[in-house]
Design a protein around this ligand. Structure first.
Ligand code: SF4
Length: 229
């Protein structure tokens, strides 16, 4: 077995999508209180080498052949960009003539070395889960020195030069970004980033849903407000 793990293949917009996690354990530059992966000691934003990439690529090749995947979605246990082989992994998939979608929380997309890697992908997903500096620090607990302003400006700079499809995933969280003022601010961020597609989600994880989840009705209202600007 290699160091990657997979979800069952599914169809999205008529395409066969294979989701792959390229991190053996959680590595992220944030430590969100609601992280579905849990806690970790690996709060990093520089690349790290993981063993077994060679055998993992062979396994990936077999998975692609067996599942007849058309789009490979790199959705990892944390920030996939910190795997130092990510560039090679993307090249490997592109070399097979397949589409690549990369999920990132978005903070590192403004840094040159990571921007170059993300630029090779057909689709990049960036995220937004809070709307103030205070909440960013308090519930996303990023690496020291990170700021909310820089977070947004990193995604803005990335998308200004990106030729692929930038997907912006906004999570609505009870008590943090579900009030009218936050929705207005979120609309402004959307305008600044100018994504190709917006996805609005809410906290669904049973462990956090009671405190951080929102009602169906409110979710629908907010989704409509954000998707129709
Ligand atoms: S950005 Fe995602 S992976 Fe990283 S700590 Fe937050 S929820 Fe977990």
């Amino acid at each position: 077995m290699g160091g990657f793990s997979y979800k069952d293949i599914y169809i999205e917009d008529g395409r066969r999508v294979l989701e792959v996690n390229i991190l053996p354990e959680k590595h992220c530059n944030f430590e969100c209180i609601f992280c579905p992966i849990g806690r970790s000691q690996n709060k990093v934003d520089i690349q790290k080498s993981f063993d077994e990439t060679g055998s993992s690529l062979i396994e990936l090749e077999n998975m692609i052949e067996n599942t007849k995947a058309e789009l490979i979605f790199i959705n990892s246990k944390g920030e996939a960009l910190v795997n130092d082989k990510i560039g090679d992994i993307v090249d490997f998939i592109k070399g097979k003539g397949l589409l690549v979608r990369l999920l990132s929380n978005g903070y590192l997309l403004g840094r040159d070395e990571y921007m170059k890697i993300a630029n090779k992908c057909d689709e990049v997903v960036g995220e937004l889960k809070v709307i103030t500096e205070e909440d960013f620090q308090r519930i996303q607990r990023p690496i020291e020195g990170y700021t909310f302003v820089e977070y947004i400006s990193n995604m803005v700079s990335f998308n200004k030069q990106y030729k692929g499809k930038f997907i912006f995933e906004i999570t609505i969280i009870n008590g943090y970004n579900d009030d009218e003022e936050s929705i207005q601010k979120t609309k402004n961020v959307i305008k600044e980033i100018s994504p190709d597609k917006i996805i609005v989600v809410r906290i669904e994880d049973e462990r956090f849903k009671k405190k951080l989840g929102i009602t169906d009705e409110r979710f629908e209202e907010i989704s409509n407000a954000l998707l129709n600007i």
